[in-house]
Design a protein around this ligand. Sequence first.
Ligand SMILES: C[S@@+](CC[C@H](N)C(=O)[O-])C[C@H]1O[C@@H](n2cnc3c(N)ncnc32)[C@H](O)[C@@H]1O
Length: 334
Amino acid sequence: MTSPQPLTDLMWAHWKTRTLLAAIELGLFAELVKGPLTVPEVRDRLGLHPRPVTDFLDALVALGLLRRHHDRYENAPEAAEYLDPGRPETYLGDSFITQCAGMGDDLTSVLRTGEALRGARDGRDFYAAVYHDEASVRAFQRDMTALSMGSARAIAEKFPWHEHRSLVDVGCAEGALAGRVLLRHPHLNAVGFDLPAARAGFESYTSQLGVADRTRFAAGDFFEDELPAADVLVFGHILHNWSEPRRIELLRKAHAALPPGGRVLVYETLIDDERRRNAVGMILSLIMHVEVPGGSDYTGAECERWLRLAGFDKIHVEHLDGPESMVVGVKSAA
Ligand SMILES: C[S@@+](CC[C@H](N)C(=O)[O-])C[C@H]1O[C@@H](n2cnc3c(N)ncnc32)[C@H](O)[C@@H]1O
């Protein structure tokens, strides 16, 4: 006899996420930022029905998202840092709404038809659709910042930045990676390279962080234009948007833009080489199939092969944070 628990765990995992989504949609965490509240206060402020509200709040306590002292509820530290919309630098609430509410409903049809959401044919269609106005560009960028923050902090610590003076964050979005690294390493300068629509977000984010005097935004299309030169070129969550030949093309461009001794750094939700353990990596790969045909996540070994084809050596793979890892390669002197 086997236990049904691996299956029922998945069912409860869905409900745990659903409960969190309801709290985000209702504005609960934002309300608790103002101070601890009792059940009747939460009920009144959010306009909730009295019957389910105590179970709702205590379920969030059990999930570790709220804390209860006597009859008052407050945000747990993780909720205070990542679910407070007043902290856009780390806010993950919008990511939960875009990643979890509704989008996965299309997975079955994508698996049947191979057609991506909104009929996108490749990453270009995807970004053209997502960047339809300034507000949606900013929402996408904030999402990226929140999702990449763990990796950005880990890269600021683990990469040998003291050996280099400059970096280009290729497909920088708001510049979360460049911002974190520059805050930690005052000797560095950075260029954020992205489509023109990303400029306003990048410039506002880096000036909020106080690193604008050491950053510059370069507008361009990484398939049409050369990449700016620097000691280190970073690709964060870039390669998984594109087909394999496109990935190799970008890495070859990076090789051309680096000086001898320069490094390329690819960070991504890398799938483990055996394709057995990093479920998040494989699920994110499914999300790529939903969003952009040709897009998918990949293993460290696959990335290492592309880096070698592009001319890099001394390649290593290193874990960063949660399900994310980086692959680093060196451009050796000819
Ligand atoms: C998935 S986001 C990753 C953002 C950031 N590197 C991170 O890890 O959070 C991909 C980025 O690539 C940019 N991008 C997409 N197509 C591009 C192109 N053809 N040329 C330059 N940037 C592009 C997008 O605008 C977006 O900012």
